[in-house]
Write a protein that binds this ligand. Sequence first.
Ligand code: CP
Ligand code: NVA
Length: 308
Amino acid sequence: MKPLRHILTLGDLDVEELKTILKIAEELKADFKRGIRPKRLDGKVLGLIFEKMSLRTRVSFEAGMAHLGGGSMLLEERHIGLGSRESIPDVSRVLSSMVDCISFRAKKHETVCEFAKYSSVPVINALTDKAHPCQALADMMTIKEEFGTFEDVKIAWIGDSNNVAASLVEASAMLGCQIAVSSPKGHEFSDEEIRALTAQRQPGFKLARIEDPSEAVRGARVVYTDVWVSMGQEAEEKERLEKFRPYQVNAELMGLARTEAIFMHCLPARRGLEVTDEVIDSPKSRVVEEAANRMHAQKGLLVWLLEN
Ligand code: CP
Ligand code: NVA
């Protein structure tokens, strides 16, 4: 029996484990490209709880499990009534008695943490308000494919210091990338958040918080942005759209990064707000490859967690 592990943030892994998962993902992707789908999780079942909308996360987990010879099932919040029809501990104990792994997208990070406490199988954070570790796995895989290394790679994060940014900072620290985070006042990471996210920092890691986006992208090989209004922040939309306007990734801003710089976005994108069509549809954009890597990266994670 494998020891029980929950992946609620990347910090639940050590650096070697993170590298191993990326390596398995790379191998599985190479197999997949050659038309080989090893049934490494034959008969295993993944339960997916989603309290928020999703395209990439749901499809990548479900398709990934099918490729690996396992099965999956979607449990929408409105069907199971988590915390309303039934308590979180009861749902967790019962569900984990029937499936081998649970991937959970929750409105609140604390809900996933509480759920994990009562689960007898691994729980994977499929996005919360605080973190999106599966996204960061795919992002680092995409960066490695592009540049062949994490050394001397500078990422410029432009926009909100949100869940996706938090996991990207954590992954950058663990893999020794440089990252400049450029957010408007009031939307930056606190010192305490940075300390927690960079606890496992490796040589080569550097972090800068730079308010001015044109300064942040200088020397960057990756320019990354995300929506200005995340799921659950709809009430702040008007104020946020105003505040974040100077943080749009457009051709002018991309032009200040290194010549070989690529554009990344976790998607879904609000075109014309955080990124222009000109950038997201340009040859520099890697958004489709990045989304496709969600499946390969999560297959790596699932095999690492569940293979006998
Ligand atoms: N990037 C991402 O998590 O996409 P979905 O919200 O569509 O799953
Ligand atoms: N920051 C976004 C990411 C969506 C994948 C959100 O939480 O809505």
